[in-house]
Ligand binder design. Structure first.
Ligand SMILES: [Zn+2]
Ligand SMILES: [Zn+2]
Length: 85
């Protein structure tokens, strides 16, 4: 059975068998801690504000199959560092 997890780089929703071993197809780490699941719920609810989401970068769009669209002039250091994993 696979677990729903959030990629730390592209914010795509990944279904992984082992969250510690598997990674996103973009190569990013996936995480399913309560903080990341809360971020995912906010994204699904339509939240795109980086402060509300706890992101390091601004996003202009998000899709759970393709991940986030990062606003170009925001920094490329990624995403969910503020929350403890
Ligand atoms: Zn990814
Ligand atoms: Zn996490």
């Amino acid at each position: 059975m696979s677990t729903e997890a959030l990629c730390q780089d592209c914010l795509r929703v990944c279904f992984v068998a082992d969250v510690d071993k598997d990674s996103c197809e973009c190569g990013g780490q996936v995480c399913c801690c309560p903080g990341c699941m809360a971020t995912l719920q906010e994204l699904r609810a339509g939240e795109r504000d980086k402060r509300a989401l706890g992101l390091q970068v601004e996003i202009s769009d998000w899709n759970e199959q393709t991940g986030c669209v990062v606003v170009e002039n925001s920094q490329s250091t990624l995403t969910t560092q503020r929350r403890a994993h």
